[in-house]
Write a protein that binds this ligand. Structure first.
Ligand code: PLP
Length: 224
């Protein structure tokens, strides 16, 4: 399937999910996750009208950036080693995987302008997932005031790979509840408006539960 064909189906699903919960589909941004696919396929995504592209490794980002450049808006969605920050920071518009103070410190030091970041939260508590436990997020966000180049624009999570809709909804709702609490504090350094949640298997549910950024790889551009 072409990216355009996949995108048409996905947009329809997003619209239906929005209808079910009274949201405006314009509130939902699609980040096309190109980590599994070629530069050509990433270019096809861009040609289909997708301007937000996501990569989870330094190598993939730099390879795609070299070919496509600033025509796309680049999202870093994978775990980021502090020593690699300086190599990617000039190319990424948003980082979805901020999960520790040392990383924030390095972003702050290396960035030439404010970097919008999502704090990654491990709602499900699975050992294999990166991210802060939900109980530590508020304190962490508060402490980010020390880093003027780090702006906390929202929270991100990866839901577990399960079919159980109610459990998935529970994960998304918990992230949203933490987001709401932080947003209501009105921090200048942390407006925390966005929710980066939902992937190929669960994006419709995530949209119903308030996702503003869904990260789609396999169902949109292709998977492994
Ligand atoms: C790979 C990846 C995705 C996309 O996963 P799909 O299930 O293929 O849509 C989304 N978010 C993160 C953090 C990823 O690493």
């Amino acid at each position: 399937m072409s990216v355009a064909e996949n995108l048409a189906q996905i947009k329809e699903n997003i619209e239906q999910a929005c209808q079910r919960c009274g949201r405006d589909p314009k509130e939902v941004s699609i980040v096309a996750v190109t980590k599994y696919v070629s530069v050509e396929r990433a270019q096809e995504a861009l040609d289909a009208g997708l301007c937000n592209l996501g990569e989870n490794r330094k190598e993939g980002l730099l390879e795609k950036y070299e070919a496509i450049g600033a025509e796309a808006t680049w999202h870093f969605i994978g775990s980021l080693q502090s020593r690699k920050v300086k190599e990617v920071i000039d190319y990424v518009s948003m980082i979805h995987s901020l999960d520790r103070r040392s990383l924030a410190k390095e972003i702050d030091k290396r960035a030439s302008a404010t970097v919008p970041c999502f704090v990654q939260v491990n709602i499900s508590g699975e050992d294999s997932k990166h991210g802060l436990p939900a109980s530590e997020v508020e304190g962490f966000v508060e402490a980010m005031e020390a880093f003027p180049n780090v702006k906390i624009v929202g929270l991100m999570t990866m839901a577990p790979h399960i079919e159980d809709e109610e459990r998935l909804r529970g994960v998304f709702r918990q992230l949203r509840a933490v987001r709401d609490r932080i947003r209501n504090k009105g921090y200048a350094h942390a407006p925390c408006e966005y929710l980066s949640m939902g992937m190929s298997n669960d994006y419709a549910l995530a949209v119903e539960e308030g996702a503003t950024h869904i990260r789609l790889g396999s169902c949109l551009v292709g998977g492994q």
